[in-house]
Design a protein around this ligand. Structure first.
Ligand code: GLN
Length: 546
């Protein structure tokens, strides 16, 4: 680790901001910086600062902000944390995501307690101090022992009213830790104007000006662009934005998102960062990451997986899931093509799934589309197509067996039919009394014991696993025997046996469903075994049914 002259460990801070417009891939840029620094033997951590007022994204529809990413310690966080964990070996916890709501909640709670008695509580300094405290906390890393580099991404776009206090806090931050320990990276757009046949630098100049109005001079610009920036353009941007030409980096559009670190490296990003911050480490070892990118770019075969969900118009809603499917194809060099199937459109005719090599019913909330999801389970079961259910998808698998094989035609989840005769999926013990919606589900990592000899145990190759959860409802134990008699095997439970975590069907080539979300723990370098097993089964199905 980096130390100052007195041998005291000094964490360096890299702040990542965005300008011109949203969706420029700031999260992937931040993740890529972490990836490159880890490849040089440096330890990193991440934090996302989100300007919205919700305390966390757990209460938002995925249509608003994409998937809710669940950390091992049960925080419901922004989906960028998923990118950070997939691009590095870092495991993040609840201190890795702060929103305006969470910051204000802290300050207002203190005010009510009387901590500021006598003072007028204001955005500056009280809110900005709370933001800086949060950054210091996140910068200690998940284990609290400190890291070489903390990478902090500020959500939103420079110029937004909401993000102002966060930008003010990062402007002040060098006064806490020293300017030499801080680096500002600004992600902008350099659009290509077809009519002129030119890349245009003006939006970048304006965006940097906006940042400088606040008092932040960027050290590095990552310029998203369809084409590489010429040296002349880099010099022009550097001149107008008051920086060195080698600090202007092209962030070219790529086909495979895992290629971003390699492209940024080729344009000199990590060399510049390490030089500017005086970081140690060794020459970057990019071999394992290059192997991942190569496997994704050059598959030997492909399979088509139907994703039967409710939010199919918004791919961001299933971010970790799509990535985990890609990872699942890496060990067998199988490309995974997704067929997005709107569950509502499927109700009554599972034939919409004809020709796919695997069916996946993901997690979700609310009744819309349930009929189509049940239909998808039935179709995959009867047609012997590999089936993978996750969370609500597992609950649908249980309901489908109950209705069609266990003689319980009105079986349902009490989430959708609170007074039904056969609630095969019911509220978790302890959930019935809860009246607050925020952060009250069963959240985060819990152990799961696997049944010896089951598909689950063979797939994992171990007897006990830990997986992340996000649900309120659960397999109803009163129906265990009836569902077992209908061919469903309970192959994973909580260690005390009380909660059902995995079900499968031994009479089917590959039928497995989990109450937890395995997608959160999959990374390209460590593809999740269930996703790898599912893709392998889909490939076998394709080969058996060409
Ligand atoms: N709605 C279901 C529950 O709360 C499933 C949740 C999910 O799929 N994440 O139990």
């Amino acid at each position: 680790m980096t130390s100052d002259a007195g041998g005291v460990h000094m964490t360096k801070y890299i702040f990542v901001t965005g300008g011109v417009l949203s969706s420029l891939g700031k999260g992937i840029a931040a993740a890529s910086i972490g990836n490159l620094l880890e490849a040089r033997g440096l330890s990193v951590t991440f934090q996302k600062l989100d300007p919205y007022v919700n305390v966390d994204p757990g209460t938002m529809s995925p249509y608003q902000h994409g998937e809710v990413y669940v950390t091992y310690d049960g925080a419901e966080t922004d989906l960028d944390l998923g990118h950070y964990e997939r691009y590095t070996s870092v495991r993040l916890g609840k201190n890795a995501n702060f929103t305006t709501g969470k910051i204000y909640h802290t300050v207002i709670t203190k005010e009510r307690r009387g901590d500021y008695l006598g003072a007028t509580v204001q955005v500056i300094p009280h809110i900005t101090d709370a933001i800086k405290d949060a950054i210091h906390l996140g910068g200690k890393g998940t284990d609290g022992n400190g890291v070489d580099v903390a990478i902090i991404e500020v959500g939103g776009t420079v110029g937004d009213i909401e993000s102002h206090p966060f930008l003010e806090a990062i402007r002040q931050f060098p006064y806490d830790v020293g300017r030499q320990n801080v680096l500002y990276v600004h992600v902008t757009l350099v659009p290509y104007i077809k009519a002129a046949g030119e890349l245009k630098t003006k939006p970048t100049q304006h965006s940097v000006n906006k940042l400088r109005e606040i008092g932040v001079q960027p050290d590095i610009l990552l310029c998203r662009s369809e084409h590489p920036l010429t040296d002349g353009m880099k010099r022009k941007i550097a001149l107008f934005c008051n920086m060195e030409p080698q600090a202007v980096i092209t962030a070219r559009d790529v086909d495979v998102i895992y290629d971003v670190p390699l492209k940024l490296h080729a344009d000199g990003l990590d060399d510049f960062i390490v030089g500017r911050l005086g970081l140690g480490g060794h020459a970057p070892e990019l071999g394992p990451w290059e192997a991942v990118v190569d496997a994704i770019k050059h598959p030997r075969d492909t399979v088509t997986i139907a994703l039967v969900g409710k939010y199919v118009e918004l791919k961001e809603a299933y971010k970790s899931l799509c990535e985990a499917l890609t990872h699942g194809g890496i060990p067998t060099r199988t490309g995974v093509q997704l067929k997005w199937v709107d569950a509502e459109a499927l109700a009554g005719h599972g034939d919409g799934l004809a020709g796919v090599h695997g069916v996946l019913v993901p997690g979700g909330f609310g009744e819309r589309g349930i009929g189509g999801k049940l239909e998808a389970v039935r179709y995959a079961r009867e047609q012997r197509i590999p089936f993978f259910g996750i969370c609500l998808g597992m609950q649908c698998a249980v309901i489908e067996t109950a209705r069609n094989l266990a003689g319980l035609p009105r079986a349902h989840s009490s989430e959708f039919d609170p007074d039904g005769p056969d609630p095969v999926i019911d509220l978790l013990p302890g959930q019935a009394q809860i009246d607050q919606k925020g952060a009250t589900m069963r959240l985060g990592g819990y152990d799961c014991a696997l049944l010896p000899g089951s598909l689950a145990e063979k797939t994992y190759g171990q007897a006990m696993v830990t997986e992340r959860h996000r649900h309120r409802y659960e397999f109803n134990n009163a129906y265990r025997d009836r569902l077992r008699q209908a061919g469903l095997v309970i192959s994973g439970t909580s260690p005390d046996g009380s909660l059902v975590e995995i079900v499968e069907r031994p009479d089917h080539p590959w039928f497995l469903a989990t109450q937890f979300h395995p997608e959160y723990q999959s990374t390209p370098r460590r593809p999740h075994p269930i996703f790898a097993g599912f893709v392998e089964a889909a490939l076998a199905h394709k080969k058996g049914n060409p």
